[in-house]
Design a protein around this ligand. Structure first.
Ligand SMILES: [Zn+2]
Length: 477
């Protein structure tokens, strides 16, 4: 007995020492880089973005917009080859000195989401005015995604003016229907590259951003560099020919009751949370800037990953990063207040965590509902999560370095992207596909995305242009 106790005691001390040692010795790596200085004319670049916002590129005005780009960026249109894809999408090729090197893709999209009916009057300045006031450029597309599109063009135009030619070629790819799925734009662009047998060193598109004060336990702003995107699946649940008839003599369970029970089960038995590799790496990046208790957890994920994952599912924002989410989005049944409907239908949308698959989600749904009266069907348009980029690859380190050069006070961390972007179509074309645009978002800015009073600060926009200039330069070594 004594030996067992002694042994257990020794084991406990050993475990404790490992935890303490890891907590004290592991720290997020830090890169010390002197910020670079590139001179830019803020008035000029802000005006360009403001003018670009004035084109209502919701589902039209793409030709006018294209003419505007020709006029505004003469060097690009003189020096780069441009192709028009499916009438409106654009590919520019900036030829590098060494055609043997794999080219790089900078992506953005031209289209913007419409203004929700009845909200126009809530805007401080009209949504397509491109008003420059109070240190901001205002309007639909200021954040998503014209700051990226015009920012890329501004960066390339500036570099050409300076006589710069990249070592490897750059492709600038601008789709025109990202907000409605990218099937006509980015998807066709990717198909074209595939047919030509072109693959890329890396691809960078919008997706994640710099968040400031959003994660409460991290003291600094964080640049979340997207290295993988969640998948997407909508499942239709249907109960038919069950529980119908006159409401004066109802059966014990109506079609609505059967379907509600199924949904209730799904919400209460969600897919298991887990810390996938990019999320683990992200947490490592937070170690230096987190309170001591968090440090213990993050430095010892080998032991505490289950606890962390459980903690994360308590808030909907962090839950999305640790599990496949279940969102019941539609429920239809019944036509009259005194008639029992014979059918009921609901839709549940899943955002699939890398590691899970469309099939594993369907299997989960079938097992959890476990009721043959509920017919389960996957809708078209589902896609798998993307593969995870290597966070030790030189391309990732290059983006990280660029972030630190332009935004010296932020933490740069790999991260999961919980939405889908156009870059999803490029997965077969490069092993390194990143989703990151350095728009600076505080908590109160999130509703501006696709919402009212979308705007970007002039300072942030200038830094976006600098980011692209520096990224192109850094990619050149
Ligand atoms: Zn977008």
């Amino acid at each position: 007995m004594k030996t067992i106790l002694l042994f257990l005691g020794f084991g406990f001390i050993l475990l404790l020492s490992i935890i303490v040692i890891r907590t004290l010795t592991i720290s997020s790596e830090s890169i010390d880089i002197v910020p670079v200085d590139i001179s830019l004319d803020n008035n000029k670049i802000s005006k360009h973005l403001s003018q670009a916002i004035q084109f209502k590129t919701i589902s039209g005005e793409f030709i006018e917009f294209r003419n505007y780009l020709e006029k505004t960026f003469p060097q690009i249109h003189k020096n780069l080859d441009r192709e028009i894809i499916n009438e409106y999408s654009l590919i520019y090729k900036w030829k590098g000195k060494d055609e043997k090197l794999k080219p790089i893709v900078l992506m953005a999209h031209m289209d913007v989401v419409p203004i929700e009916g009845g909200t126009e009057s809530k805007w401080t300045y009209p949504p397509f005015s491109g008003q420059i006031s109070d240190g901001y450029i205002w309007g639909r597309g200021a954040l998503d995604d014209k700051c990226s599109l015009i920012g890329i063009l501004e960066a390339v135009e500036t570099l050409i003016e300076q006589g710069f030619q990249p070592k490897q070629s750059f492709y600038l790819c601008f789709g025109h229907d990202e907000e409605t799925g990218g099937k006509k734009g980015a998807s066709k662009i990717a198909e074209l590259f595939k047919s030509r047998g072109i693959t890329f060193e890396y691809v960078i598109d919008e997706g994640n951003s710099i968040i400031d004060g959003v994660i409460s336990f991290v003291s600094k702003p964080i640049a979340l560099i997207g290295v993988t995107e969640k998948g997407y699946l909508t499942v239709e649940l249907k109960v038919e020919g069950e529980g119908g008839g006159h409401s004066s003599m109802p059966p014990n369970q109506s079609s609505i009751g059967i379907l509600s029970t199924a949904i209730h089960k799904l919400e209460n038995n969600q897919m298991k949370p887990k810390l996938i590799e990019p999320v683990r790496n992200m947490l490592y990046s937070f170690i230096n800037e987190s309170p001591f208790l968090m440090r213990i957890l993050f430095a010892n994920q080998w032991l505490f990953s289950k606890i962390i994952a459980k903690e994360f599912i308590k808030s909907k924002t962090s839950a999305a990063t640790v599990r496949t989410t279940t969102a019941v989005t539609m429920f239809n049944a019944g036509i009259k207040e005194n008639v029992l409907p014979t059918s009921a239908k609901a839709f549940v949308n899943f955002r699939i965590l890398p590691g899970d698959t469309i099939n594993s989600v369907i299997k989960h749904v079938t097992q959890v509902i476990n009721d043959s009266r509920v017919k389960i069907k996957a809708l078209d348009g589902a896609f798998e999560p993307t593969s995870v980029c290597d966070t030790n690859s030189p391309n990732f380190l290059n983006i990280k370095k660029t972030v630190k050069q332009i935004f010296p006070d932020v933490i740069a961390a790999p991260a999961l992207v919980v939405v889908a972007t156009d870059s999803g179509y490029f997965m077969d074309l490069s092993k390194d596909v990143y989703e990151f645009l350095p728009i600076w978002l505080k908590k109160e800015d999130f509703p501006r995305l696709h919402g009212t009073n979308e705007r970007i600060s002039i300072d942030n926009y200038e830094k976006i242009v600098r980011f692209y200039i520096q990224l192109i330069k850094n990619s050149n070594v």
